[in-house]
Design a protein around this ligand. Structure first.
Ligand code: BG6
Length: 364
């Protein structure tokens, strides 16, 4: 039921504080400053043998996987990357015995992801699932996994499931990290950060009215850039994806660091940039990029943290609560969901059922 909300998507955006509360519930260990994931079916000795993590998913699940790969590599110091399952399944991949493969899916029924899992198992790979739908095909195929407990997601554009995927990867990263070299103090720091997420998300959702106005302005443009670097890059990709899916505007995500190697040529007063600028070790560089965009008269919509000084003349500054740096991507994504929603509403589109898209693609 949609309840008070006009669309499932907005209902699901509002459900995110509770959804995150559910995925972490009962899994945080305040004594050993780690995370328990009973469904992994992998003991500590096996977990120590993992030399690489490879994450597979499609669409928003793939972007959540990119966030997850960065978290796992940064925190647990295990090389990790994400690849669209739809590509992996067709390219005769090398399957390694000491790689942990992770399939990520809201529905657990996406055919590309399911076939990737089956191919991995056929070749003897160890594959776990981060899945929302209990008892789904992917959940049944994998060797173990983490259920995401986001609750049913109806809107085609994923919101709460993506958020819980990113939280699920953070928990997996802390779990693997604490078996290795992450200190108890760092474990505690990250667990405290996870516990703050529901309140932080609620504080962003409370900015809905202001974000709706910003979305109305952005929706006037035919083409937009979303830029971010390192932890902000999957955020930019997901932001661009959401806007494309439901507003049908052209949106392109770029690494901020790559702007000068090409896309700066397209910056103009007609092409706004939504820039992800977290208050982290790359802040100065990101501010420098804002000046470069501004110097070419590109309108700037900056998603940032409290206390960050953005250049004069930006079109909008959107401030999200600061959490631990490794967890920032989860929060930076939330305003982009709300912007995509209101851009689609402003343009009169069917938000919950965008043209040409299905909630889960279960056919070839
Ligand atoms: C796409 C949907 O086809 O499948 C996306 O349109 C979704 O919204 C993607 O992110 C992956 O779906 P799932 O169920 O595997 O997470």
């Amino acid at each position: 039921e949609r309840g008070l909300h006009e669309h499932f998507m907005m209902k699901e955006i509002h459900e995110q504080p509770d959804a995150v509360g559910r995925v972490i519930r009962g899994r945080l260990d305040e004594r050993f400053h780690t995370v328990h994931l009973g469904g992994l079916n992998m003991d500590a000795r096996e977990a120590r043998e993992i030399k690489r993590v490879k994450i597979l998913g499609c669409g928003s699940a793939y972007y959540a996987g990119q966030m997850g790969a960065q978290f796992i590599e940064e925190v647990a110091r295990i090389p990790a990357d994400a690849e669209p399952a739809s590509e992996f399944r067709y390219r005769n991949p090398v399957v390694e015995r000491d790689t942990l493969y992770v399939a990520v899916s809201q529905s657990g029924e996406t055919l590309d992801t399911l076939v990737a899992v089956q191919e991995l198992k056929r070749k003897g790979g160890r594959v776990i699932g981060l899945v929302n739908a209990v008892g789904s095909s992917i959940a049944r195929e994998v060797d173990g996994g983490v259920y995401l407990h986001a609750g049913p997601e109806v809107s085609v554009a994923s919101t709460k499931a993506l958020t819980n995927m990113a939280v699920g990867f953070a928990m997996l990263g802390i779990h693997l990290g604490r078996i290795r070299d992450v200190s108890p103090a760092d474990g505690r720091r990250l667990i405290e950060g996870l516990k703050k997420l529901p309140a932080d998300i609620a504080a962003i959702v409370a900015q809905e009215e202001e974000l709706a106005k910003i979305a109305g302005r952005l929706a006037k443009h035919e083409s937009l850039f979303f830029v971010g670097r390192t932890r902000g890059y999957p955020v930019a990709r997901e932001g661009a994806q959401k806007l494309k899916e439901i507003s049908y505007r052209h949106a392109e995500a770029y690494q901020t660091s790559e702007l000068k190697h090409g896309p700066l040529a397209l910056i103009s007063p007609d092409v706004p940039s939504v820039a992800i600028v977290p208050d982290d070790e790359l802040l100065d560089r990101n501010i420098g990029a804002l000046h470069e965009i501004g110097a070419r008269s590109g309108p700037l919509y900056v998603v940032t943290h409290p206390g960050v000084e953005v250049p004069d003349g930006v079109a909008a500054k959107i401030v999200v609560p600061k959490n631990e740096p490794e967890l920032d991507p989860i929060l930076l994504t939330i305003p982009l969901q709300i912007i995509a929603y209101y851009a689609a509403v402003a343009l009169g589109h069917d938000v919950d059922k965008p043209r040409n898209l299905a909630k889960s693609v279960t056919v070839e």
